[in-house]
Structure formats: structure tokens, C-alpha cells
Design a binder for this molecule. Structure first.
Ligand SMILES: Cc1cc2nc3c(=O)[nH]c(=O)nc-3n(C[C@H](O)[C@H](O)[C@H](O)COP(=O)(O)OP(=O)(O)OC[C@H]3O[C@@H](n4cnc5c(N)ncnc54)[C@H](O)[C@@H]3O)c2cc1C
Length: 612
């Protein structure tokens, strides 16, 4: 695939993807748009003050003209004397938040030329997300993050599974097992510090020779034709200074107030759920052990959340009551007053930040307009009661990156993107609804309704048949790029430890493969016709057999258990770790043929989404 991609990139070098850099006052392409002045999340009512535009970073006109990778020269841009600069770009990404940066790393590692445009000159220094799940960590593993930076993540621990819902009297109403090992090979839930993760992602993106992260530029206009997207950007703080970028695809990962979403005219649907919450991050100065990793205090007097927010950090969140103004809630004194009942005081804690956010549930009603795609908060917002906003954004990144890579390398057609929105929107809406459901439990201010809620939760708690596992793990929505009629298709696949040649580790590190065909015990390779095996390898597929004592040893017996629980002995997983299809030994060839058919049929033209 790499050689073909390189050939194709070489061809397109000659005939498309031009970046024309103009001086201020030059022509504007497409719809003009003033970038919003709000903080990126759009939720923070009281920003920490670090978002004001800072010094403009000087940038040499010809920076990044050519860089060397592994001995090959990739021309990122060609400088000419005078006003025009022609630049080669495969992908434009608007927004260098965690989702945009992850997409840049995933595409850049494949050698694609990526330009990321970010309106702020420096990174947002404050955390929003503070917990991350196993699936998101496997995605970060695929981007190369976990090999060097697994210490950023602290697995959930604490009593009763780590996630507790308690009422105003402190009675435990529901306990959820977040402490378990999970099917992606990583701890089910982990605390982390978002600015540290963003710093790692940005340094990885910037270190890639084909990725250019351009800070201090705001997207202001988008136009597209059948083959390209044209993006106008303006210097933050000097809007009269504009440039025009051209790429094959544009990804809008520009947060809740997405300019890209507005520019291409995609509407959002609002769930109607909305509540203001004070978010307080602090560094404990004592070494107190907290009973739970996350506790939701469903106290109608003062709903609150306490959470382990990564190594050496804690967070409290407090809902705004009707008799408190946003301004009052946002004061430091209020934060200390609200934390006092837990004996968190200036003597034993250092306040890192306090800010009021509006928690709401919302989703874009389209994820693609022609060559423009949405990802992350630009596509969906949810209240953070399940810690799933960023995790969902990382799922978008993974789902998008493999599709775009296959399309640009010529192994699939743009029609493959039709299933991006249908798969992701159904999946994320189920999670948004679950987060809102927990939110309604926690945010209840009416004491009578709160008492009724407690009765209902007590009876659920005492029902041995009910063991809540949250957040939910929905199936991908339809239409999806999966084998139809398969009960497990579209569900999350498994990663566990294997051993080969004396090396024991997680499957993706030891055996690897983007598309992974894994069988239990019997090696299926001989049954696969050579042309099919060659094609599968060309898209990054691997065929492996795990067994109790073979060449690829099922180190903990987890694969055997998984196959037994799923009633199959073969699984074909996609690069975003969702199951394409399952079966028995005889299904190996039909599964691969079915995948080849699906990707090949996407090459048939005339199925592109409508242009804006
Ligand atoms: C209080 C709180 C707690 C949370 N807790 C969790 C949690 O525990 N777990 C979890 O998974 N999620 C959590 N989330 C959600 C998570 O923080 C977000 O989903 C995630 O940060 C979104 O990342 P993003 O990259 O999509 O958007 P952002 O991080 O918002 O990045 C968007 C970027 O685009 C840039 N941008 C915007 N407009 C333009 C423009 N016109 N031109 C150029 N650049 C532009 C912005 O400056 C910004 O840098 C929480 C959110 C909040 C508010």
C-alpha cells in the first residue's frame, strides 16, 4: 500500500493541491466567517485567562519547504520569489485540540502531507477531560503514544468498582466496576492530565516530516470542488493577513463552536439537557486515600462530583443552584467553600483552576459535506458524567484515519466515507443518552423527586440480575462497513497478551496488523488463495493464529475465553478495532472476500456526498 500511495502522491504532486499564499487584502475564497472569540469548548463560561491571543509567532515564508524522512524527500512546499507559494497538502485539519492532533499523527505516520491550522499561538493549558477508557488507550497505542507515555494514565481503583453514585446522606445507590481489566488490553478507565497528553500528541505530530502544525491561524472560509477543498485562514490578532490553503480533504476538529461546521452549513441537534457546573482542579498536598475513583454525590442541596484526575491530581465539580449566579459560582472563595465539607482547604490543597462550564448534549446531523468531515466536539458534545467526550473524539479520529488512508492510497473510494457518519453518529448518540441519564440522576434539585430516585436506585441495587457496566459499548450504526448478518459485527474487538519468540506483550505490539484476521488454534493461511492474501497484505492485513502453545501463544488464555464467549473461532477486525465479521474456520476466505468486495465497490464513483 505504501508504494502505491507514494506513486499516487507523486502523481498528484504534479497536478493538484496548490497552496497559494497571498498578502492581506487579496481575494477571499468561499464564505467569509469571523472565528468565534469563545474558548474552544464553547462551554467554559469563565476561561482560565490563558486563551488570550499571545505574541504572534514569527514564521519564515519558506519554512518546511522540504524535509527528509528515512532518506526520502517529501516536498511539503515550494517557495517562489514573490507573492505565491505552492504547497502540497493531502489533508487540512482545523483545530489542534487532542482530536485534530491525533488525526494528524495517524495520517502523518502513514506519510501523508498534513497541515493543521490552530487559531491560538499556544496550547490550552487547562484540563477538561480527566478520565479516558481502554478503547481510547488502544487507539493511542496505534498512534505510538503508549510505547513511550503509558505513565500518563493512572488506572481506576477504589472500593466498589471505583465509580460510585451516592445520595445526600452518603448512602451508596449504585456502584459500577471501572476497576476491571478491559477487552482492549488496557485498564477499563484511567485518570490523566489532558494538557500532558496534548503536549505529547503535538510533539509527535510536529516531529513527523510530513505534518505541519501552524498555530496562530483561524479558519475563516471553506470552498470545495470535486477534487479539492480550499481553506482561507487569517492570522489571529491580525485578521487582515490571510492565506489560502488547498488540500484533498479537510477535517473540522475545531471544537464545540466549530467554524468549519458552520461554514459548510451543517446543523446540530440539541438534546435539551443543560446545566452549569463549576469545575475545580486542585493538587492535593496531603496523601489522603479517596474511597472511590469517581463519586457522584446526588445531593439535591448541592449536586457534586469528585474524581481522580490523573497522577497527583484531583477534581471536584459542583452544579450551579438556581439561587447562585454564574459569577458567584465562578469565584475562588466559592470553590473553597464548596470543597470544605470534604476537608479540602488551602492548607492541604493547591487550587489549579476553577471555571464554570455549561454541560449539554448535542450532535451534528451530518458528519460529512463533500470533502469536509467533522470529528470530536465539532461533531458531538455530551455532559462529562461518563467521561466519554474525548474518548468518542478519539474513536472519530481512528474511524476517519484508516478510511482516508485507504482512499488516498487508491485501495478504496470516497464512498467509504458514507459509513463514517452513520457508524459514528449512532454510536455516540447512545453514549450521549447514557451520559444524560446519569446527569439527570445527579442534577436532581427537587428533594421529593430525589427521594423517589433513591427508592428506584435502591431496588435496582438489590436486584442481583442488574450489574450496570457503564459507559455502554454500543454497536456501530448502520450502514456500516461490516459483514451483514453477523451478530458480532460492529462491536468492539479484543486485544490481549500474546507471546512470540520469547517476547510477551499486547497483540498489536507483538503481532500487529491494521486489519487483523485472528483464529483460534488452526492456522488458516494455507486456505487463503495467494491473490487474496496479497491483497489483504496490501491494505495492512495480518493473518494470525493464537493457541495455548503454538508460535503465537495466548499468554493469559484471554483469546480462548473471548472466542468461546462469542461462539466463533475466527474474527476479522478493522483498523479502528471494530469487528468486521466473525465465523468458523470455513469462514476465513468468505470473510476476506466480503471485505475485498466492500472496499472495491467503494471505488465505484458517483457516490460522493453533496458539495456545499
Ligand atoms: C469539564 C469537562 C470535563 C470533561 N471530562 C471528560 C472526561 O473525563 N473524559 C472524556 O473523554 N472527555 C471529557 N470531556 C470532553 C473533552 O474535554 C472534549 O471532548 C475534548 O477536549 C474535545 O477535543 P477536540 O479536539 O474535539 O476539541 P477541542 O479540544 O475544543 O479543540 C478544538 C481546537 O480547535 C481550535 N479552533 C476552534 N476554532 C478554530 C478556527 N476557526 N480556526 C482554527 N482553530 C480553531 C481551538 O482553538 C481548539 O484548540 C470533558 C469536557 C469538559 C468541559
Amino acid at each position: 500500500m505504501a508504494a502505491r500511495a507514494q506513486r499516487r502522491r507523486g502523481r498528484t504532486d504534479l497536478d493538484r493541491n496548490r497552496l497559494v499564499r497571498r498578502r492581506s487584502g487579496a481575494h477571499r475564497v468561499g464564505l467569509a466567517h469571523q472565528a468565534p472569540r469563545l474558548p474552544s469548548s464553547g462551554l467554559e463560561r469563565q476561561p482560565a485567562g490563558a486563551r488570550t491571543p499571545q505574541r504572534a509567532q514569527p514564521r519564515h515564508e519558506c519554512e518546511g519547504a522540504a524535509r527528509v524522512r528515512g532518506g526520502r524527500r517529501h516536498r511539503l512546499s515550494d517557495c517562489s520569489v514573490g507573492e505565491e507559494v505552492v504547497v502540497k497538502v493531502d489533508f487540512l485539519i482545523v483545530g489542534a485540540g487532542p482530536v485534530g492532533l491525533l488525526i494528524a499523527v495517524l495520517l502523518g505516520r502513514d506519510g501523508w502531507r498534513v497541515t493543521v491550522v490552530e487559531r491560538w499561538p499556544t496550547r490550552y493549558p487547562m484540563p477538561r477531560a480527566c478520565t479516558i477508557d481502554h478503547e481510547a488507550l488502544r487507539i493511542l497505542q496505534s498512534a505510538g503514544v503508549m510505547a513511550e507515555h503509558s505513565e500518563l494514565f493512572e488506572p481506576s481503583r477504589g472500593e466498589r468498582g471505583g465509580y460510585q453514585i451516592r445520595n445526600g446522606e452518603g448512602e451508596l445507590l449504585r456502584a459500577i466496576n471501572w476497576n476491571r481489566a478491559a477487552e482492549s488490553g488496557w485498564a477499563n478507565t484511567n485518570g490523566f492530565y489532558q494538557p500532558d497528553l496534548e503536549a505529547v500528541l503535538e510533539s509527535m505530530a510536529s516531529a513527523l516530516p510530513t505534518v505541519d502544525v501552524r498555530r496562530g491561524w483561524s479558519a475563516t472560509a471553506v470552498a470545495q470542488d470535486v477534487g479539492t477543498v480550499t481553506l482561507t485562514v487569517a492570522r489571529t490578532g491580525n485578521e487582515a493577513h490571510e492565506e489560502t490553503l488547498v488540500g484533498s480533504w479537510l477535517i473540522g476538529s475545531d471544537g464545540a463552536n466549530s467554524a468549519v461546521r458552520d461554514l459548510v452549513g451543517i446543523d446540530s441537534v440539541d438534546s435539551g439537557f443543560e446545566a452549569d457546573w463549576l469545575v475545580v482542579d486542585y493538587e492535593p498536598l496531603d496523601d489522603r486515600e479517596w474511597q472511590a475513583f469517581v463519586t457522584q454525590y446526588c445531593d439535591p442541596e448541592q449536586p457534586a462530583t469528585a474524581v481522580n484526575s490523573g497522577p497527583g491530581r484531583r477534581r471536584f465539580e459542583f452544579m450551579r443552584r438556581a439561587d447562585v449566579t454564574v459569577d458567584d459560582l465562578g469565584r475562588a472563595e466559592t470553590a473553597w467553600q464548596l470543597m470544605a465539607p470534604w476537608n479540602v482547604t488551602p492548607d492541604n490543597a493547591r487550587l489549579e483552576r476553577h471555571a464554570v462550564y455549561t454541560f449539554r448534549g448535542r450532535w451534528a446531523n451530518e458528519w460529512r459535506r463533500g470533502r469536509v468531515l467533522l470529528a470530536g466536539d465539532a461533531a458531538h458534545l455530551m455532559p462529562p458524567f461518563l467521561g466519554q467526550g474525548l474518548c468518542s473524539g478519539f474513536r472519530d479520529a481512528s474511524s476517519l484515519a484508516w478510511r482516508l488512508s485507504l482512499i488516498e492510497s487508491g485501495s478504496a473510494g470516497p464512498a467509504l466515507l458514507d459509513s463514517y457518519g452513520s457508524e459514528r453518529s449512532t454510536h455516540v448518540r447512545e453514549i450521549i443518552e447514557a451520559a444524560i441519564e446519569i446527569g439527570r440522576l445527579v442534577c436532581e434539585l427537587d428533594p421529593h423527586k430525589a427521594a423517589e430516585r433513591d427508592v428506584a436506585l435502591r431496588s435496582e441495587r438489590n436486584d442481583p440480575l442488574l450489574t450496570p457496566v457503564e459507559p455502554p459499548q454500543p454497536r456501530l450504526g448502520e450502514p456500516s462497513l461490516t459483514r451483514s448478518g453477523d451478530a458480532w459485527a460492529g462491536r468492539l474487538s479484543v486485544q490481549a497478551r500474546v507471546e512470540a519468540d520469547g517476547v510477551t506483550g499486547l497483540f498489536d505490539d507483538v503481532q500487529g496488523g491494521r486489519w487483523q484476521l485472528v483464529t483460534l488454534e488452526a492456522d488458516p493461511s494455507a486456505a487463503v488463495p495467494p491473490d487474496l492474501a496479497r491483497w489483504f497484505r496490501s491494505i495492512g492485513g495480518t493473518i494470525s493464529s493464537v493457541s495455548a502453545d503454538g508460535l503465537l501463544r495466548d499468554a493469559d488464555g484471554a483469546y480462548r475465553t473471548w472466542f468461546e464467549n462469542h461462539g466463533c473461532s475466527v474474527v476479522l477486525s478493522r483498523p479502528d478495532f471494530y469487528i468486521y465479521g466473525t465465523g468458523l474456520a470455513a469462514d476465513v476466505v468468505p470473510l476476506l472476500e466480503s471485505l475485498r468486495g466492500a472496499l472495491t465497490s467503494s471505488l465505484v464513483p458517483a457516490q460522493e456526498g453533496a458539495l456545499s
